[in-house]
Design a protein around this ligand. Structure first.
Ligand SMILES: [Cu+2]
Length: 223
């Protein structure tokens, strides 16, 4: 195993199709909101500069704005409101389609891995139709690259949240409510996972190592 500095933990460095969809959504939101922030800042600076320039000239008597400037202001305000609604709606649609893609039904012949959350560690069990072939590890998950993996999640004590940012979003483990998540790693590497739901004093130490490796290497490790 590499030393911990080599282990990657970043939702913006996807190593699975699902994480790639999430990262793309994140970047769309980032660039759209950055552009709007820049435009609003520019408008603000422009208003300040114009006010400062006017303030140095002769004082003016402020009267009722004339009808033309009033209707111009109304047109600007309404078009900005319409643009805001259109942009928010577009982001909503993109978010909806991303959600559809990352929760598409799992492959029928996916590798089954059962994960049990404990205070404060992860119990990992590799499923096999032959019960004598089931193996268990703690805090370390190995998966073959390219093969879909279905994770069966459960907790035996409090609420935990399974999160390997390079692979997929978070999935909560609620006691009494087993759930599933699935993804396929697209490249080999060592990644870090983390419990993402505060679960007691040692929550911050509830980490796991996630190793994606070529199928032959994975088979060798499993055997
Ligand atoms: Cu936890």
């Amino acid at each position: 195993m590499n030393n911990s500095a080599d282990i990657i933990q970043s939702a913006l460095n996807p190593a699975a199709v699902e994480a790639a969809h999430i990262a793309r959504l994140w970047w769309i939101f980032f660039w759209v909101t950055l552009l709007i922030f820049a435009l609003v800042t520019l408008a603000l600076v422009f208003a300040f500069v114009r006010h400062a320039r006017d303030a140095t000239s002769e004082p003016q008597i402020i009267g009722e704005p004339d009808a033309r400037s009033q209707s111009r202001t109304a047109a600007v305000v309404w078009s900005l409101v319409a643009m805001t609604v259109a942009i928010l709606f577009a982001l909503l649609i993109i978010d909806f389609f991303t959600g559809n893609k990352i929760y598409a039904a799992p492959d029928a012949n996916a590798l089954g891995i059962k994960i049990t959350g404990h205070q404060w560690w992860w119990e990992i069990e590799y499923q096999n139709p032959q019960s004598s072939e089931i193996v268990a590890t703690a805090n370390e998950i190995h998966v073959p690259v390219g093969k879909p993996v279905k994770f069966e999640l459960q907790s035996v004590d409090v609420i935990h949240s399974f999160w390997v940012p390079n692979m997929h979003g978070k999935k909560d483990l609620v006691p009494g409510h087993p759930t599933t998540t699935w993804f396929a790693a697209t490249r080999a590497g060592e990644f870090r996972g983390q419990c993402a739901e505060y679960c007691g004093e040692q929550h911050a130490h509830m980490r796991l190592v996630f190793v994606a490796e070529p199928a032959p290497q994975f088979d060798h490790w499993l055997s």
